[in-house]
Ligand binder design. Sequence first.
Ligand code: AMP
Length: 279
Amino acid sequence: MQLIRSIKKIRDFVKQQKKRNRTIGFVPTMGYLHEGHLSLVKQAKKDNDISILSIFVNPAQFGPKEDFKKYPRNLKHDIALAKKANVDVIFYPKVSEIYPKNYKTHICVEKLTKYLCGRSRPGHFQGVATIVTKLFNIIMPDVSYFGQKDAQQAIIIKKMVQDLNMQTKIRIMPIVRAKDGLVLSSRNIYLDKKQRKEAPILYKSLREAKSLIKNGQKSASRIISMIHKIITRNSSGVIDYVSIVDLENLEPVKIIKNRVLIALAVWFGKTRLIDNIII
Ligand code: AMP
């Protein structure tokens, strides 16, 4: 496994692979790897000749009061996991390599970025779209892998790739959870014991919503208020949002007729957790 830090070197590597007609599967991450990330790597390896994993904690997607500085980082641990997963290359650029002084260009995907996490994290998805575009331009992957964990991100990236005629295919992989249902996330490390114990209530509330819908409940507001109740009665979680939205345009749905995304974000202390389910 190679660790490459410069754009020039990763480009040279990619060029060589393409000359040999090898396909490239790409997994962009912010590191502090866990089984969720590794599920994307596994698929990338299955579908392609070469796998590239990027680790870059992208300052552009953090708000001024968010946890950019504190975001967990552990390169040694990441290298060990990536080696075990047989990743071919880790691309690990410096911030100054990606955003040199006087950097000016940003990517804005309209509308889809207004809802859900976009409301509470203004600028977040612009930062995501910008870094993903830059990484696609640097690596020119055949297929790129994202997690359903970040459902809104996945929808935005797909739209961006379509709108800007980008060459890569996008594959969205299912959410990987801990045994008790909590979504695996690098940020789970922030949770104290009590919060960690309470946090699986998020998935429980979504499963409860699913069974209500299966039993005929069609009113989104009823389901949302039931989710609120379950979370607030059973945990110290403070709800940022619970929304039921259309799977394509992310607009809120009032009456559930077709497939919908139920997404939520909840604060446990200073840690904001997200989860979602498609029904
Ligand atoms: P991150 O490092 O948190 O930016 O995540 C990098 C990629 O891994 C994103 O596409 C995430 O959606 C995906 N990912 C993170 N956690 C999980 C998980 N528990 N299950 C599936 N995909 C995940």
